[in-house]
Design a protein. Structure first.
Lengths: 524, 459
């Protein structure tokens, strides 16, 4: 019997979901936080106590400002509220200061700024093609809202590890929603602001560029979908360009005036760091590294390589940032850039020649994000969220995307496990991971009526369970835990890299095999 | 098919909330020389592991009863022994005789919190779901929603995972007892409840309804013949369980007396905390009118803050039928423990879990949207006609008052002349509510129309 209760009313459930996850976030206030906590405290202190001219020069703390200026202004704004909680956190010299008031303030600031994320999700849900008459729990909007609001990766990265991704992804999703609603100028403005908040979103800037050029600057398309060259609107182009330029001018203007641009850029793009992060993100280069290691070990065994000529600690050195390849050719930043561009060009071309409105744009974003993740230089494992979150939106509308989403999100989320390495947080990450995984599988299965993942894929995903047991429980009890501590990280990275690569391939296949009925290009 | 996924998600939510609360402090943290309940539990593991059974309740040179002497029945001691075996495997220093006094470390805290979680997973949580699915009405979604609300009752979470206790074991066993009786498995039900009683003697307050119900059932089946047989079966199994639990102490009658003396310290003052002292010393029994009434509940205001958990359990079980009053009572019960929670440094989890519980129950159980009739006010309703929304207004005012008092207790300093102002205000407020609840539940129970009873009979 269906009961007449608020569960069937319109906005009640959204508020309940948002409040529910916010309560969980509040309960996690006293959980472990990483060095990122100190990073942001330092930035609060720097922006509050130093004049603007010193922001990108300040180096008392090792965690120097490496986000674009708008984020610095954001921290500056926060610092004024921080003064009411604990003035001591705003002193630059108070390194690693973490009084209870400081922790409370910083955690609350993440929880409160998530309101941008919540608003953006509401806007996204409005853009969905709703199927009326479905029961609440299996409505696409409900599923999407839950997949985004309760996203496991976002919760543990933002509210335990400590970052501000929620509000940044809110800006991104809002921008995409605006494009869906044909409010392109607002969308462009939001994305420009986003780029000036965190420059990692450059990963998806190509998608934006091509989309706006194709679908906004060219006002009409020919009947077969290709671009109608004569419909180029210089007015629109100029307006768009001026919005973007003004935003960047506002952001970097003060620093241009001070002549500090080289310094700012060197802070934003520290290419001196190695190919991989201290923990190898599960991308192509992780696989490349492991193949190199295996080959070098084989080479030594087979007598083809002289062990004395190999770089030190090749055998026992773990996940180091500066990884010297012995057998395979070394990889430079330029190589990664070329590989990244090659990986996303087909998607960009496809969007240019066969645009399919907002959804095609969204798909292109996902592919750009994932391509950059796969081939980028010094990629953080957290960047996988940039692919997972937009993919959630596609997942509630297409069966194939749902399948890819399940694989990508499960492996991607699992690859975030090493971020929380404390024993106290182990149950939390397992419980929340299970919660999200069970929900995503059952809800998408119900939505698309039937099994989504194949047996092979299911086996791969189930293999994550023994992997988790080995990495979290069994390995710490073995003697190798002290001599080779990186093995669990290595195993996790390699195993997940397989799933991520597979998802990338699947995304391309589904993009390029779009059925003919929808191939008529349209921009709306 | 969807049930299992909804159930598992609710379990996961419940467990996440519990574990997140456990991040906070526990009673007596870093407060030598006596510390608190956490140290008491650790000490019992030490005593149970290192000393022979017959010395557990005795005052010896090795066992100083004035330092957290065992004052729960033997099952608690056996549970402590089990935990101690595990503790010894991980880090023997945790249960070393004498030297482990006041031992505090983050890994030890993890261990202790894990023991509570395991007890929850094995005992309390399954009982809650069994109760909701087999002994309550409504669609399966409603049952799951009710189970979630019960699981997120803040009082139990804060005491077990914050302050630190094992109420989930005794309440879980009692709930198994209810499930057993409600499903017609009288033997298993009474067995479960006997175990609950042997875990914490406070379960005696729940024992009278169990006893009356079973006796009544036997009488109904005829005192000669089947009824007598049933009575004998139950009595024998209860006695056997008691014997089994008390086996090591039965060798000497003095042992038994000593244990009883520890469990019921008449030498101690009957009133320990301010709660008992000034305001709440009522003991009332609600009689069971029907044989198959499932809402046998006891409402007692007893000594000590944590004992409010005992009436809270039956009220949780009423969540389905009387959502507004149940939610109201449960929130007040959590609020009544505020002075204790503040002392333990649990303000944040208290605030978050109480607010979450309030919103969850109001939303999921549409607590505020039920009609007056469902409040079972019956003939009383006619008197209050015109002030139809009064209960809801009262509820709102009550919530606002609790919010104000909570904030004041946490943020303001009491005036020098009245250092206990806030705990006393909390007690007065809570007691008034408990009294009103008492009257209300009595009224509901006594005026329950027979047709409803007949309905329940066939369930």
């Amino acid at each position: 019997a269906v009961m007449a209760s608020p569960m069937n009313s319109d906005s009640g459930w959204f508020l309940a979901l948002a409040l529910g996850v916010s309560f969980i976030k509040c309960l996690l206030i006293n959980a472990y936080h990483s060095t990122d906590f100190e990073v942001h405290r330092n930035w609060l202190a720097v922006t509050h106590s130093m004049p603007v001219s010193k922001w990108y020069y300040e180096a008392t703390s090792e965690w120097t400002l490496d986000y674009p200026p708008f984020f610095a202004w954001f921290e500056y704004g926060l610092s004024h509220v921080a003064a009411y909680f604990d003035k001591e956190m705003l002193v630059v010299r108070n390194l690693n200061y973490a009084s209870p008031a400081t922790v409370l303030f910083q955690r609350l600031s993440v929880i409160v700024t998530d309101v941008v994320f919540i608003y953006a999700i509401k806007e996204c849900c409005k853009c969905l093609r709703e199927d009326k008459g479905k029961e609440l729990l299996w409505k696409p909007s409900f599923i999407l809202a839950t997949l985004l609001l309760w996203n496991f990766g976002l919760i543990i990265v933002d509210h335990i590890h400590f970052q501000y991704n929620g509000f940044l992804f809110g800006v991104l999703l809002l921008s995409v929603a605006r494009h869906f609603q044909s409010r392109h100028l607002e969308g462009a403005l939001l994305f420009s602001v986003l780029l000036n908040l965190k420059h990692i979103y450059l990963y998806i800037a190509p998608a934006y560029g091509v989309f706006l050029l194709r679908c906004f600057c060219f006002t009409q398309s020919k009947t077969d979908g290709s671009v109608h060259w004569k419909s180029f609107s210089p007015f629109r182009f100029v307006v768009l360009g001026s919005i973007v330029l003004t935003t960047f001018a506002l952001s970097f203007g003060p620093f241009i005036a001070l002549g500090q641009i080289p310094q700012v850029l060197s802070r934003l793009f520290p290419f001196k760091r190695g190919l991989c992060h201290a923990y190898w993100a599960p991308n192509v280069w992780a696989l490349y590294n492991i193949v190199d290691k295996v080959l070098s070990m084989l080479g030594v065994k087979l007598g083809m390589l002289d062990i004395n000529k190999l770089p030190k600690a090749t055998m026992t050195g773990g996940l180091v940032q500066e990884f010297q390849h012995t057998v395979l050719p070394s990889v430079s930043p330029l190589v990664t850039l070329i590989c990244t561009l090659l990986s996303i060009l087909p998607a960009l071309f496809h969007m240019w020649y066969r645009p399919s409105g907002g959804r095609g744009f969204l798909r292109c974003i996902v592919i750009c994000a994932l391509g950059s993740f796969m081939f980028g230089w010094h990629v953080h494992e957290k960047a996988i969220l940039m692919a997972i979150l937009p993919l959630s939106w596609l997942a509630v509308e297409h069966r194939e995307d749902a399948r890819t989403f399940l694989i990508l999100s499960t492996t991607g989320h699992f690859s975030l496990f090493p971020l929380l390495f404390t024993a106290q947080e182990l149950p939390i990450k397992i419980l929340l991971m299970l919660l999200f995984t069970i929900f995503s599988f059952t809800s998408l299965k119900k939505l698309f009526r039937g099994r989504l993942v194949s047996s092979v894929e299911a086996t791969y995903l189930l293999g994550l369970i023994p992997l988790a047991v080995i990495c979290e429980l069994v390995y710490p009890l073995t003697p190798w835990h002290h001599t080779l501590p990186f093995i669990p990280l290595l195993l996790t990275s390699i195993y997940c890299a397989l799933g991520v690569t597979y998802s990338f391939i699947r995304l391309y296949i589904s993009l390029l095999t779009v059925p003919s009925t929808t191939s008529k290009g349209k921009c709306q | 098919m969807d049930n299992w996924s909804l159930v598992s998600m609710c379990v996961l939510l419940g467990l996440t909330t519990r574990w997140a609360v456990s991040f906070n402090s526990y009673s007596g943290a870093s407060k030598p020389p006596m510390f608190g309940d956490y140290e008491a539990q650790r000490h019992w593991q030490e005593v149970a592991y290192n000393l022979p059974v017959h010395e557990w309740y005795l005052n010896t040179t090795d066992n100083n009863l004035s330092y957290w002497g065992l004052d729960y029945p033997p099952l608690t001691a056996y549970h402590s022994l089990l935990c101690a075996y595990v503790a010894k495997l991980i880090n023997p220093a945790w249960v070393e005789l004498h030297t482990s006094r006041g031992y505090e470390s983050s890994s030890h805290k993890l261990f202790m919190r894990t023991t509570v979680l395991i007890a929850d997973i094995l005992l309390y949580i399954p009982a809650v779901f069994l109760y909701c699915f087999y002994l309550s009405n409504g669609s399966s979604k409603k049952k799951v929603a009710t189970a979630l609300c019960i699981l997120l009752y803040p009082g139990l979470i804060l005491i077990d995972y914050g302050h630190f206790q094992y109420n989930n074991v005794s309440l879980g066993l009692a709930l198994w007892g209810v499930v057993g009786l409600g499903s017609g498995w009288d033997l298993l039900g009474s067995l479960a409840f006997t175990l609950a009683l042997n875990y914490k003697q406070m379960e005696l307050y729940h024992s009278l309804p169990f006893f009356c119900y079973l006796l009544g059932k036997c009488i109904k089946q005829g005192l000669v013949g089947r009824g007598l047989f049933l009575l004998l079966k139950i009595s024998l199994s209860v006695l056997a369980t008691f014997a089994l639990c008390w086996l090591p102490f039965l060798s000497e009658p003095q042992q038994v007396l000593q244990v009883l003396h520890r469990l019921f310290p008449v030498a101690r003052g009957l009133f320990e905390d301010k709660v008992a002292n000034t305001w709440c010393s009522l003991n009332v029994l609600i009689k069971i009118k029907t044989l198959l009434s499932r809402d046998a509940q006891l409402l007692l205001s007893v000594t000590g803050f944590k004992s409010i958990l005992l009436p809270a359990l039956p009220v949780c079980l009423l969540m389905n039928e009387l959502p507004l009053m149940a939610t109201w009572f449960l929130l007040v019960s959590t609020f009544s423990m505020l002075p204790l929670l503040l002392k333990d440094g649990l303000l944040l989890p208290y605030a978050v879990t109480s607010l979450a519980f309030l919103f969850l129950c109001v939303y999921l159980l549409s607590a505020l949207h039920r009609s007056s009739q469902e409040l079972h006010l019956g003939s009383c309703y006619n008197l209050t006609r015109g002030s139809l929304f009064l209960p809801f207004v009262q509820f709102g005012i009550s919530m606002a008052a609790m919010a104000v008092l909570s904030t004041a207790s946490a943020a303001l300093e009491p005036p020098a002349r009245l250092p206990d102002l806030f705990p006393v205000l909390v007690s007065i407020f809570s007691c008034m509510h408990f009294l009103a609840s008492l009257l209300y539940f009595n009224f509901v129970q006594l005026t329950e129309p027979p047709s409803r009873r007949g309905q329940k009979k066939t369930n």
